[in-house]
Design a protein around this ligand. Structure first.
Ligand code: COA
Length: 197
């Protein structure tokens, strides 16, 4: 359970400063969430475990770090490289929502939510955490933020994604968040759906 704070545009976009402000300015306990609702979308979740994950727009300041992110050799077939994903985002600017995943001030991954016009549904389109930063809980937090991003902006009741059958780790993560297989396999991907309550 998180406490939520909406901060107006122009306040500050630095998650560290937001954190300091909230911790100093308000007594809220160990769990909190910060949402900055403007075009430079930033959202932060801090938990007592000490993880501070935010999704930030991809800009000239962070694009090189995003492009340098890599997964292990045996995971490469599970997800496009981030350069390819960003090329798609460039072509579908209205329906692709790409973000750098930060842990504190370090870029650790990439997530792209989207709207799939052909099927008329919202998706988790691309998702990766660099191999150096996997298994620390960052993927789960980033995915929760990606889902929240869609929920807060669009009137949606479900989110879809596709997983390559051998990708046990991603599948387990998605299942633990509530995604279930629909039974459809298309282009070598198992379709999964999260029904939002
Ligand atoms: C899938 C991915 C994004 C997960 O990121 P991550 O930061 O390592 O994930 P987390 O540390 O948050 O772990 C989340 C969950 O994954 C599952 N998981 C982790 N390691 C696992 C393993 N070895 N086997 C099975 N499930 C595993 C668990 O359900 C875990 O939840 P927990 O909190 O109960 O332990 C990351 O592994 C990745 O980038 N993989 C390569 C690219 C990819 O497959 N992208 C998804 C395309 S569909």
């Amino acid at each position: 359970m998180f406490d939520k704070f909406i901060l107006k545009h122009g306040f500050t976009k630095d998650p560290k400063k937001l954190y300091e402000y909230i911790v100093k300015g308000l007594t809220i306990g160990p769990f909190f969430q910060v949402i900055v609702t403007d075009d430079d979308y930033i959202e932060c979740v801090k938990e007592s475990a000490g993880i501070l994950i935010s999704l930030r727009k991809i800009t000239k300041e962070n694009i090189d770090e995003v492009l340098a992110l890599k997964v292990d050799e045996d995971q490469r077939s599970f997800v496009s490289c981030n350069g390819d994903s960003l090329a798609q985002a460039y072509v579908y600017p209205e329906t692709a929502f790409p973000f750098a995943v930060y842990e504190d001030s370090t870029v650790v991954g990439f997530i792209m939510m989207g709207y799939y016009e052909a099927k008329k549904y919202y998706t988790l389109w691309k998702f990766m955490i660099d191999s150096r930063y996997q298994n620390k809980g960052y993927g789960r937090k980033a995915l929760e933020l990606g889902i929240q991003y869609l929920r807060e902006r669009f009137d949606i009741s479900e989110i879809y994604t596709g997983v390559i059958p051998g990708n046990i780790k991603a599948k387990k993560l998605y299942e633990s968040i509530g995604f279930k297989g629909t039974g459809l396999v298309e282009s070598g991907m198992e379709e999964m759906r999260l029904i939002l309550t």
